[in-house]
Design a protein around this ligand. Structure first.
Ligand code: NAP
Length: 312
Protein backbone atom coordinates (compact mmCIF):
# COMPACT_ATOMS: atom_id res chain seq x y z
CA UNK A 1 0.00 0.00 0.00
CA UNK A 2 1.33 3.46 -0.88
CA UNK A 3 1.89 6.28 1.62
CA UNK A 4 0.50 9.73 0.88
CA UNK A 5 3.10 12.46 0.63
CA UNK A 6 2.93 16.22 0.05
CA UNK A 7 5.69 18.04 -1.80
CA UNK A 8 6.37 21.65 -0.81
CA UNK A 9 8.42 24.16 -2.83
CA UNK A 10 7.65 23.31 -6.43
CA UNK A 11 10.75 24.62 -8.21
CA UNK A 12 13.64 23.16 -10.18
CA UNK A 13 14.55 20.15 -8.05
CA UNK A 14 10.96 19.26 -7.22
CA UNK A 15 10.08 19.11 -10.92
CA UNK A 16 13.35 17.55 -12.15
CA UNK A 17 13.70 14.83 -9.50
CA UNK A 18 11.12 14.61 -6.71
CA UNK A 19 7.95 14.38 -8.80
CA UNK A 20 9.35 11.67 -11.13
CA UNK A 21 10.80 9.67 -8.21
CA UNK A 22 7.57 9.77 -6.20
CA UNK A 23 5.26 9.00 -9.10
CA UNK A 24 7.43 6.07 -10.24
CA UNK A 25 7.42 4.48 -6.79
CA UNK A 26 4.70 2.07 -5.66
CA UNK A 27 5.57 3.07 -2.08
CA UNK A 28 4.36 6.66 -2.51
CA UNK A 29 1.33 8.60 -3.67
CA UNK A 30 1.83 12.28 -4.42
CA UNK A 31 -1.30 13.56 -2.70
CA UNK A 32 -0.75 17.34 -2.64
CA UNK A 33 1.67 20.12 -3.45
CA UNK A 34 2.29 23.35 -1.57
CA UNK A 35 3.88 26.22 -3.43
CA UNK A 36 3.19 29.91 -3.84
CA UNK A 37 3.55 29.72 -7.63
CA UNK A 38 4.17 26.14 -8.74
CA UNK A 39 1.77 23.25 -9.24
CA UNK A 40 1.99 19.70 -10.61
CA UNK A 41 -0.58 18.63 -13.21
CA UNK A 42 -3.35 16.53 -11.75
CA UNK A 43 -2.26 16.97 -8.10
CA UNK A 44 -4.24 18.92 -5.52
CA UNK A 45 -2.41 22.22 -5.02
CA UNK A 46 -2.19 24.49 -1.98
CA UNK A 47 -0.37 27.79 -1.69
CA UNK A 48 -0.42 27.78 2.09
CA UNK A 49 1.33 25.08 4.13
CA UNK A 50 -0.80 25.39 7.29
CA UNK A 51 -3.94 25.10 5.19
CA UNK A 52 -2.69 21.86 3.61
CA UNK A 53 -1.75 20.41 7.02
CA UNK A 54 -5.24 21.24 8.35
CA UNK A 55 -7.13 20.07 5.26
CA UNK A 56 -5.24 16.81 4.68
CA UNK A 57 -4.74 14.84 7.92
CA UNK A 58 -4.51 11.75 5.70
CA UNK A 59 -1.12 12.94 4.37
CA UNK A 60 1.43 11.61 6.83
CA UNK A 61 4.69 12.68 5.15
CA UNK A 62 5.94 15.97 3.71
CA UNK A 63 8.99 16.51 1.54
CA UNK A 64 10.42 20.04 1.66
CA UNK A 65 12.14 21.27 -1.51
CA UNK A 66 12.36 25.02 -0.95
CA UNK A 67 15.76 26.73 -0.39
CA UNK A 68 17.37 26.26 3.04
CA UNK A 69 16.48 29.52 4.79
CA UNK A 70 12.66 29.23 4.66
CA UNK A 71 12.71 25.45 5.21
CA UNK A 72 12.94 25.48 9.03
CA UNK A 73 9.49 27.04 9.58
CA UNK A 74 7.90 24.48 7.23
CA UNK A 75 9.63 21.58 8.95
CA UNK A 76 8.70 22.86 12.40
CA UNK A 77 5.04 23.23 11.40
CA UNK A 78 4.99 19.76 9.85
CA UNK A 79 6.50 18.11 12.94
CA UNK A 80 4.11 20.01 15.21
CA UNK A 81 1.28 18.60 13.08
CA UNK A 82 2.64 15.07 13.59
CA UNK A 83 3.97 14.57 10.06
CA UNK A 84 7.18 12.81 9.02
CA UNK A 85 9.60 15.17 7.25
CA UNK A 86 12.06 14.74 4.40
CA UNK A 87 14.50 17.62 3.91
CA UNK A 88 16.27 18.55 0.67
CA UNK A 89 19.92 19.27 1.14
CA UNK A 90 21.30 21.18 2.94
CA UNK A 91 18.94 20.24 5.79
CA UNK A 92 18.88 23.80 7.09
CA UNK A 93 20.50 27.18 6.98
CA UNK A 94 22.21 26.67 10.35
CA UNK A 95 23.39 23.70 12.38
CA UNK A 96 21.43 24.74 15.44
CA UNK A 97 18.13 24.78 13.58
CA UNK A 98 18.88 21.27 12.30
CA UNK A 99 19.60 20.08 15.85
CA UNK A 100 16.36 21.75 16.95
CA UNK A 101 14.39 19.96 14.23
CA UNK A 102 15.86 16.61 15.21
CA UNK A 103 14.95 17.21 18.86
CA UNK A 104 11.40 18.22 17.87
CA UNK A 105 11.03 15.10 15.72
CA UNK A 106 12.23 12.84 18.55
CA UNK A 107 9.78 14.45 20.98
CA UNK A 108 6.92 14.18 18.49
CA UNK A 109 7.81 10.60 17.55
CA UNK A 110 8.06 11.31 13.82
CA UNK A 111 10.79 10.51 11.31
CA UNK A 112 13.04 13.18 9.88
CA UNK A 113 15.51 12.62 7.06
CA UNK A 114 18.32 14.98 6.12
CA UNK A 115 18.82 13.79 2.55
CA UNK A 116 22.15 14.07 0.77
CA UNK A 117 21.31 13.04 -2.78
CA UNK A 118 24.92 12.76 -3.99
CA UNK A 119 25.55 9.96 -1.50
CA UNK A 120 23.11 7.93 -3.60
CA UNK A 121 25.06 8.48 -6.85
CA UNK A 122 25.73 5.23 -8.70
CA UNK A 123 29.37 4.59 -7.72
CA UNK A 124 29.63 6.09 -4.23
CA UNK A 125 28.98 2.82 -2.40
CA UNK A 126 31.58 1.01 -4.56
CA UNK A 127 34.10 3.79 -3.90
CA UNK A 128 33.46 3.56 -0.16
CA UNK A 129 34.00 -0.20 -0.23
CA UNK A 130 37.28 0.16 -2.18
CA UNK A 131 38.64 2.87 0.15
CA UNK A 132 37.84 0.96 3.35
CA UNK A 133 40.85 -0.74 4.90
CA UNK A 134 43.36 1.16 2.74
CA UNK A 135 45.66 3.92 3.99
CA UNK A 136 44.60 7.28 2.63
CA UNK A 137 47.42 9.48 1.35
CA UNK A 138 45.59 12.23 -0.52
CA UNK A 139 42.02 13.25 -1.26
CA UNK A 140 41.24 16.17 -3.52
CA UNK A 141 37.79 17.49 -4.38
CA UNK A 142 37.48 19.49 -7.60
CA UNK A 143 33.91 20.75 -8.00
CA UNK A 144 33.61 23.37 -10.73
CA UNK A 145 30.40 24.28 -12.53
CA UNK A 146 28.75 27.17 -14.32
CA UNK A 147 26.25 28.77 -11.94
CA UNK A 148 24.47 30.48 -14.84
CA UNK A 149 23.80 27.11 -16.42
CA UNK A 150 22.79 25.10 -13.34
CA UNK A 151 21.16 27.72 -11.11
CA UNK A 152 19.56 30.26 -13.47
CA UNK A 153 17.68 33.01 -11.66
CA UNK A 154 18.24 31.46 -8.21
CA UNK A 155 18.93 34.71 -6.36
CA UNK A 156 18.56 32.96 -2.97
CA UNK A 157 21.96 31.28 -3.54
CA UNK A 158 23.64 34.69 -3.24
CA UNK A 159 21.80 35.79 -0.12
CA UNK A 160 22.87 35.07 3.47
CA UNK A 161 22.09 31.44 4.20
CA UNK A 162 22.05 30.53 0.50
CA UNK A 163 25.57 29.00 0.72
CA UNK A 164 26.76 30.21 -2.71
CA UNK A 165 29.19 27.69 -4.18
CA UNK A 166 28.71 25.49 -1.09
CA UNK A 167 25.24 24.66 -2.41
CA UNK A 168 26.84 22.22 -4.90
CA UNK A 169 29.97 21.98 -2.74
CA UNK A 170 27.99 20.36 0.06
CA UNK A 171 27.24 17.53 -2.39
CA UNK A 172 30.96 16.82 -2.64
CA UNK A 173 31.35 17.03 1.13
CA UNK A 174 28.45 14.62 1.55
CA UNK A 175 30.31 12.04 -0.57
CA UNK A 176 33.63 12.64 1.21
CA UNK A 177 32.04 12.18 4.63
CA UNK A 178 30.29 9.06 3.39
CA UNK A 179 33.33 7.28 1.98
CA UNK A 180 36.05 8.22 4.51
CA UNK A 181 36.11 6.07 7.61
CA UNK A 182 38.13 8.63 9.58
CA UNK A 183 36.69 11.98 10.63
CA UNK A 184 38.30 15.09 9.11
CA UNK A 185 38.03 18.72 10.15
CA UNK A 186 38.58 22.05 8.44
CA UNK A 187 42.05 23.56 8.82
CA UNK A 188 41.70 26.54 6.51
CA UNK A 189 39.39 28.02 3.95
CA UNK A 190 39.35 30.89 1.50
CA UNK A 191 36.03 32.35 0.36
CA UNK A 192 35.83 34.40 -2.83
CA UNK A 193 32.75 36.58 -2.44
CA UNK A 194 31.46 38.81 -5.27
CA UNK A 195 31.18 42.39 -4.02
CA UNK A 196 27.40 42.41 -4.67
CA UNK A 197 26.73 39.02 -2.96
CA UNK A 198 26.65 37.60 0.58
CA UNK A 199 27.93 34.12 -0.31
CA UNK A 200 31.05 32.79 -2.06
CA UNK A 201 31.28 32.19 -5.79
CA UNK A 202 34.41 30.07 -5.20
CA UNK A 203 36.13 28.53 -2.20
CA UNK A 204 39.16 26.46 -1.26
CA UNK A 205 39.47 24.30 1.83
CA UNK A 206 42.10 22.18 3.51
CA UNK A 207 41.32 19.57 6.14
CA UNK A 208 43.16 17.84 8.95
CA UNK A 209 43.16 14.05 8.67
CA UNK A 210 43.93 11.93 11.76
CA UNK A 211 46.66 9.96 9.95
CA UNK A 212 48.17 12.86 8.07
CA UNK A 213 46.62 12.43 4.62
CA UNK A 214 46.41 15.58 2.49
CA UNK A 215 42.74 16.47 2.12
CA UNK A 216 41.59 19.52 0.16
CA UNK A 217 38.65 20.87 -1.82
CA UNK A 218 38.29 23.44 -4.56
CA UNK A 219 34.85 24.76 -5.46
CA UNK A 220 34.14 27.20 -8.28
CA UNK A 221 30.87 28.45 -9.70
CA UNK A 222 32.57 30.35 -12.57
CA UNK A 223 33.59 27.35 -14.67
CA UNK A 224 32.60 27.49 -18.29
CA UNK A 225 33.12 24.71 -20.84
CA UNK A 226 33.94 21.36 -19.23
CA UNK A 227 32.31 20.93 -15.84
CA UNK A 228 34.05 19.02 -13.03
CA UNK A 229 32.48 17.15 -10.12
CA UNK A 230 35.49 14.99 -9.23
CA UNK A 231 37.00 13.43 -6.13
CA UNK A 232 40.50 12.00 -6.49
CA UNK A 233 41.80 9.63 -3.85
CA UNK A 234 45.30 8.18 -3.48
CA UNK A 235 45.90 5.32 -1.08
CA UNK A 236 48.78 2.95 -0.29
CA UNK A 237 47.14 0.48 -2.68
CA UNK A 238 46.16 2.56 -5.69
CA UNK A 239 44.27 5.55 -7.01
CA UNK A 240 40.55 6.16 -7.34
CA UNK A 241 38.73 8.90 -9.25
CA UNK A 242 35.06 9.45 -8.64
CA UNK A 243 33.72 11.79 -11.31
CA UNK A 244 30.46 13.21 -12.64
CA UNK A 245 29.29 13.76 -9.07
CA UNK A 246 29.74 10.10 -8.11
CA UNK A 247 28.22 8.57 -11.25
CA UNK A 248 31.54 7.36 -12.69
CA UNK A 249 34.40 5.53 -10.98
CA UNK A 250 37.92 4.84 -12.18
CA UNK A 251 40.34 2.71 -10.17
CA UNK A 252 43.99 2.71 -11.24
CA UNK A 253 42.91 4.02 -14.64
CA UNK A 254 40.23 1.36 -15.22
CA UNK A 255 36.60 2.44 -15.42
CA UNK A 256 34.38 0.40 -13.11
CA UNK A 257 30.92 -0.84 -14.00
CA UNK A 258 27.91 -0.30 -11.81
CA UNK A 259 27.40 -3.36 -9.64
CA UNK A 260 23.73 -4.25 -9.69
CA UNK A 261 21.80 -7.29 -8.60
CA UNK A 262 18.87 -6.33 -10.82
CA UNK A 263 16.76 -5.35 -7.82
CA UNK A 264 18.53 -2.12 -7.03
CA UNK A 265 16.73 1.14 -7.61
CA UNK A 266 18.34 3.29 -10.28
CA UNK A 267 18.85 6.97 -9.54
CA UNK A 268 19.67 9.17 -6.58
CA UNK A 269 16.14 10.33 -5.83
CA UNK A 270 14.41 6.94 -6.13
CA UNK A 271 16.93 5.70 -3.56
CA UNK A 272 16.28 8.69 -1.27
CA UNK A 273 12.54 8.03 -1.36
CA UNK A 274 13.06 4.32 -0.68
CA UNK A 275 15.16 5.27 2.36
CA UNK A 276 12.48 7.69 3.55
CA UNK A 277 9.85 4.95 3.26
CA UNK A 278 12.07 2.68 5.38
CA UNK A 279 12.67 5.39 8.00
CA UNK A 280 8.90 5.88 8.34
CA UNK A 281 8.32 2.11 8.58
CA UNK A 282 11.06 1.79 11.22
CA UNK A 283 10.04 4.97 13.11
CA UNK A 284 13.66 6.10 12.65
CA UNK A 285 15.60 9.33 12.14
CA UNK A 286 18.53 10.06 9.80
CA UNK A 287 19.92 13.50 10.47
CA UNK A 288 23.60 13.35 9.50
CA UNK A 289 24.92 16.90 9.65
CA UNK A 290 28.58 16.16 8.82
CA UNK A 291 28.55 17.85 5.36
CA UNK A 292 26.87 20.98 6.72
CA UNK A 293 29.30 21.04 9.66
CA UNK A 294 32.23 21.33 7.23
CA UNK A 295 30.43 24.11 5.33
CA UNK A 296 29.81 25.97 8.60
CA UNK A 297 33.47 25.53 9.57
CA UNK A 298 34.54 26.87 6.17
CA UNK A 299 32.58 30.03 6.96
CA UNK A 300 34.03 30.15 10.52
CA UNK A 301 37.61 29.76 9.29
CA UNK A 302 37.10 31.58 5.99
CA UNK A 303 39.58 34.16 4.81
CA UNK A 304 37.35 36.44 2.73
CA UNK A 305 38.47 37.83 -0.60
CA UNK A 306 36.18 40.25 -2.43
CA UNK A 307 35.94 39.58 -6.16
CA UNK A 308 34.14 41.23 -9.06
CA UNK A 309 30.34 41.50 -8.88
CA UNK A 310 28.26 38.60 -10.11
CA UNK A 311 25.91 39.68 -12.89
CA UNK A 312 23.56 36.98 -14.14
P1 NAP B 1 14.31 26.90 -6.68
O1 NAP B 1 13.78 26.31 -7.92
O2 NAP B 1 14.88 28.27 -6.74
O3 NAP B 1 13.28 26.91 -5.47
C1 NAP B 1 12.38 25.88 -5.18
C2 NAP B 1 11.05 26.48 -4.76
O4 NAP B 1 11.11 26.92 -3.41
C3 NAP B 1 10.64 27.69 -5.54
O5 NAP B 1 10.09 27.33 -6.76
C4 NAP B 1 9.68 28.40 -4.60
O6 NAP B 1 8.37 27.97 -4.90
C5 NAP B 1 10.10 27.91 -3.22
N1 NAP B 1 10.64 29.03 -2.47
C6 NAP B 1 11.65 29.85 -2.83
N2 NAP B 1 11.85 30.78 -1.87
C7 NAP B 1 10.94 30.52 -0.92
C8 NAP B 1 10.64 31.14 0.32
N3 NAP B 1 11.31 32.21 0.74
N4 NAP B 1 9.65 30.61 1.06
C9 NAP B 1 8.98 29.52 0.65
N5 NAP B 1 9.21 28.91 -0.53
C10 NAP B 1 10.19 29.40 -1.28
O7 NAP B 1 15.46 25.98 -6.07
P2 NAP B 1 15.83 24.46 -6.36
O8 NAP B 1 16.91 24.42 -7.35
O9 NAP B 1 14.64 23.66 -6.57
O10 NAP B 1 16.54 24.13 -4.96
C11 NAP B 1 15.79 23.96 -3.78
C12 NAP B 1 16.61 23.10 -2.83
O11 NAP B 1 16.95 21.89 -3.50
C13 NAP B 1 17.93 23.75 -2.41
O12 NAP B 1 18.18 23.49 -1.07
C14 NAP B 1 18.97 23.08 -3.29
O13 NAP B 1 20.23 22.99 -2.67
C15 NAP B 1 18.35 21.71 -3.45
N6 NAP B 1 18.79 21.02 -4.67
C16 NAP B 1 18.76 21.63 -5.88
C17 NAP B 1 19.27 20.98 -7.01
C18 NAP B 1 19.25 21.60 -8.39
O14 NAP B 1 19.82 21.01 -9.32
N7 NAP B 1 18.63 22.74 -8.61
C19 NAP B 1 19.78 19.69 -6.89
C20 NAP B 1 19.72 19.05 -5.66
C21 NAP B 1 19.25 19.73 -4.55
P3 NAP B 1 7.13 28.98 -4.77
O15 NAP B 1 7.60 30.36 -5.13
O16 NAP B 1 6.14 28.42 -5.73
O17 NAP B 1 6.69 28.89 -3.33
Amino acid sequence: MSTKIALAGIGKIARDQHVPAITASPEWELAATVSRHGTVDGIEAYDDFAEMLDARPDIGVVSLCMPPVPRFEYAKAAIAAGRHVMLEKPPGATLSECHALEAMARTAGVSIYATWHSREAAMVATAKYWVSGKTLRRLEVIWKEDVRKWHPGQTWIWQAGGLGVFDPGSNALSIVTEILADPIHVLSSELLVPENCQTPIAANMTFAHPHGAQVSAEFDFRKQGDQFWNIEIETDQGRLVLSEGGATLTIDGRKQNTATDGNQLVGEYPRLYAKMAKLVRDAAIDMDLAPLTHVADAFLMGKRVTVEPFIE
